[in-house]
Design a protein around this ligand. Structure first.
Ligand SMILES: [Zn+2]
Length: 233
């Protein structure tokens, strides 16, 4: 895979062929029909999620207030938890162990959350998320026939196809935002692959983990890189 963000820096100085088109985020956001879709775009762009990770999130995985009860990260974050039994078939690729402790998710893979992600999340939750949903998953279907049922990664991909068609910017794949995120973090951290790796959760699949340590999720350098990418510095 040429997409690994840990490949030498020279390869990312060139424009990666799998990156989204310029301004794709803004263009797609304008063309998106629902708050849910706008949220998905912002979470992919600012969070660098794989689509399976995003569609697999449960509301309980979201720790969107500072100093959450898990004690694992002072900043706002989510826990990406591998589950084999999600009703929409979404699975996080990484299988970091996690558990529920005193009603709070602990463990999994921690991903920091930007102000824009918080904003689009609240817009979605307050205007579209149906009352009385019991499965607890974050992303749900909004059409009247299936309203409230979990939204599958395949449906999310179809949304991307139709929104990018409507926007007239060619086919934009959700995963291209993950490449963009990695590239932006690498640039913002001056090529610090360790920070980029942990920002996007690439750790488990690579042997690099055996060579380097881990970046703390509250590490100041890590925060600076993220905030540069998010435009919040
Ligand atoms: Zn937490």
């Amino acid at each position: 895979m040429a997409s690994n963000p840990l490949t030498p820096r020279r390869s990312i100085k060139q424009r990666h062929p799998k990156l989204p088109p310029d301004n794709a985020r803004a263009i797609l956001t304008s063309a998106a029909a629902t708050a849910r879709d706008r949220m998905v775009i912002s979470w992919l762009a600012d969070g660098g999620f794989r689509l399976g990770e995003l569609c697999g999130l449960h509301l309980m995985d979201l720790h969107l207030r500072e100093n959450a009860a898990c004690g694992q990260c002072r900043s706002r974050h989510v826990h990406i938890c591998h589950r084999d039994t999600n009703p929409n078939g979404a699975r996080a690729k990484t299988k970091h162990s996690w558990r529920i402790e005193s009603g709070s998710v602990v463990g999994g893979l921690i991903r920091r959350v930007s102000p824009s992600m918080i904003h689009t999340y609240f817009e979605y939750m307050t205007t579209e998320y149906p009352v009385g949903v019991e499965h607890g998953m974050l992303l749900v279907q909004l059409t009247s026939a299936a309203r409230g049922r979990p939204w599958s990664p395949a449906a999310a991909r179809a949304m991307f196809r139709s929104v990018s068609d409507r926007a007239g910017i060619g086919k934009v794949r959700p995963h291209s935002f993950r490449h963009q995120f990695a590239t932006n973090i690498l640039n913002a951290s001056r090529g610090n692959a360790l920070i980029a790796r942990d920002a996007g959760g690439w750790s488990s699949a690579t042997t690099v983990e055996e060579i380097y340590g881990h970046t703390e999720v509250d590490d100041p350098l890590f925060s600076v890189a993220l905030e540069t990418v998010w435009g919040t510095t």
